[in-house]
Each structure stands twice: as structure tokens, then as C-alpha cells.
Design a protein. Sequence first.
Length: 98
Amino acid sequence: MSEPLLSDKLNLETARISWLELQPHFARGVAVYVAEDLDLIGIAKMMADDNSTELAKLMQQGRFGVVTENQARQFLDDNQDMWAVVVAPWVLVQPCRD
């Protein structure tokens, strides 16, 4: 898929959703945390393009990776709204800033 088409597709498929609604994906081990300061669509494109080098760097920094138990608990306690986008089989989640 061309870069502009992929960006458009990911933008259209991105939605705001509560963490509570995302818990089944966490339970399946497919919820992936994206730090608030990162571009969610940019990260989704990296995943779709299998850019493992850049993603590994972000993982090392703790800014990208499978949602941990502690993160999930905090998101639930805070009733956190998230931005989410699917890059099958993964569901990328990013806390909403507002």
C-alpha cells in the first residue's frame, strides 16, 4: 500500500476509546503501549512497514511495547481514555492527553 493510502487508512481507523473497552485486547496480549509524546499514526506505519530497528529503540526507551500489568492497572484506576488503532494482530493504544 502506498504511503499516503496507508496514512489515510490508519487515520480513518483510529478512534478514541476507554481503557475498559480495550481490556479484552490486553487480556489476549495484543495491546501495545505507545508513549504520549510519539505520533501514534507514525508508529502504526512503522509496524505496518516492519521497521523493527526503530521500534526496538523505542522499546529500549520504554516508550513502546506490550502493555504491562502495572500500566493496565493504572489505566483502569484512572478511567483512562485512549487513542487506538489496529495493525493486525496488534492494537496500539496511547493515553489521551486531555
